[in-house]
Design a protein around this ligand. Structure first.
Ligand code: PMP
Length: 422
């Protein structure tokens, strides 16, 4: 039995989806790592706010004042959410990808960047130039710390940045952020934490981890799409060219010159996503008040899921590290003899289960980890748990995979545009 924990409710818990076998079934969303469903509380707060939203920083009207107040208040909520330093700035972005691109554009000249090759493409690709080192992720956490140490020792003089995910979006395993940050400090390097997968599952403390930047996405934190943040040291951001040129980023404009803002607005030109930012803040406050229940809920479901999946013939889980490590409720696997895309299509069409298949915007990781798991191919299936997950969902996918593997293909599926459909 699974204990019931105090966890925030998600707004789409009762969604029903059609089955090819006829009728409909409650949707089992096991794809929280891609985007998490909206919290009930967020939905209610947004509903209340919608009649009032207006452009921020631009009007004396009451609605504009309300929007400005909520928007600016959310910077503090985000700072608290990751336990950032009081001097850290909070720039609102579209998502983690946007946050890292902003940071990449704000690096001082000749900054060396060290990043593991198994990172999500959002953390792997924005860094340009000859001083970018993409190092192979070792098979132990200890070796990972040493690998960063060696890479940094090899960097030319000048500013340095290590970019690192908190939790792998492929395997859910936690990276040794604190240990790597300590090594980075010894080399005078800064650390940017990709918290897209960590932030929805664990409390983050910038101060305890001693990292410099945190990037996160609202749509993975139980808020709707379109708002994210880059939180961290203000100096590089203040000195950089504005990320976008336009209204809101400026202090004073004449025909001859522009004086740009030096605060976070410098990088937020254009009318911002007021509703999205507000929703992100409400989601963060809600999660922050419920960590114990959230972690317990996911750990119980994950243990149940892994027990069930391990008994399926031909099942192989992808793992970044050889030894078990602390992890969030995400895992990827292959099943010998079954194409991942086909498995995902059958799970959806016949069982009402939503999972992700493919290479998860982490091509290097997925390909390498499939080979390490003793299989071939470039794609896998990913199951990711969250607040919308229940024991019934977990039991359903375990039973479904057992049945699918036992019987092989029962329905005719086609692949007209690269995806399997019934
Ligand atoms: N980093 C990780 C670890 C992720 O899982 C994702 C999203 N899959 C991203 C970055 C990018 O997030 P977004 O698409 O919201 O920019």
């Amino acid at each position: 039995t699974v204990a019931t924990h105090e966890i925030p409710a998600v707004a789409c818990a009762d969604l029903r989806v059609p089955l090819v076998t006829g009728g409909d079934i409650g949707y089992a969303n096991l794809d929280h790592a891609a985007s998490a469903p909206c919290l009930d509380k967020v939905r209610a707060a947004v509903d209340e706010f919608l009649p009032w939203y207006a452009s921020v920083h631009r009007g004396a009207g009451f609605a504009s004042q309300v929007s400005t107040k909520l928007y600016e208040r959310t910077r503090g909520i985000l700072r608290d959410f990751v336990d950032a330093r009081s001097t850290d700035t909070v720039v609102f972005t579209r998502n983690t990808t946007d946050s890292f691109n902003l940071l990449a554009r704000s690096l001082p000249k000749h900054t060396s960047v060290v990043v593991f090759d198994t990172e999500h493409h959002a953390a792997l690709l924005p860094w340009k130039g000859p001083n970018v080192r993409r190092i192979e992720t070792p098979r132990t956490r200890l070796a990972a710390v040493s690998a960063v140490d060696e890479a940094l020792a090899d960097c030319p003089q000048g500013p340095r940045l290590v970019v690192l995910t908190g939790a792998s979006n492929v395997t859910g395993e936690l990276l040794p952020v604190k240990e790597i940050a300590a090594v980075a400090r010894r080399h005078g390097a800064r650390i940017a934490l990709d918290a897209a997968q960590l932030a929805p599952h664990r409390k983050i403390s910038v101060r305890e981890l001693d990292v410099d930047y945190v990037a996160l996405s609202g749509h993975k934190l139980y808020a709707p799409f379109g708002a994210g943040a880059l939180i961290g040291r203000a100096d590089w951001l203040r000195a950089a060219q504005p990320y976008l040129a336009g209204g809101g980023a400026t202090k004073l404009v004449s025909r001859e010159s522009v004086v740009w803002n030096s605060g976070p607005e410098r990088h937020e030109a254009g009318s911002p996503n007021t509703v999205g930012v507000y929703a992100l803040g409400v989601a963060c406050e809600t999660l922050a008040a419920n960590w114990d229940g959230i972690v317990a809920h996911e750990e119980e479901l994950l243990a149940r899921l892994r027990r069930g999946l391990a008994a399926i013939p031909g099942f192989a889980e992808l793992r970044l590290f050889d030894a078990p490590v602390d992890r969030v409720g995400t895992l990827s696997f292959v099943v010998d003899g079954f194409e991942p895309g086909w498995l995902a299509a059958v799970l959806s069409a016949e069982y009402g289960i939503g999972v992700r298949d493919g290479a998860f915007c982490a091509h290097v990781a997925t390909k390498r980890l499939i080979a390490v798991a003793g299989s071939s191919g470039q794609q896998a299936v990913r199951v990711s748990l969250g607040l919308g997950s229940t024991t019934e969902h977990v039991d359903r996918i375990v039973l479904a995979l057992r049945q699918i593997v036992a019987r092989g293909a029962r329905w005719q599926y086609e692949k007209p545009e690269g995806r399997w459909v019934p």
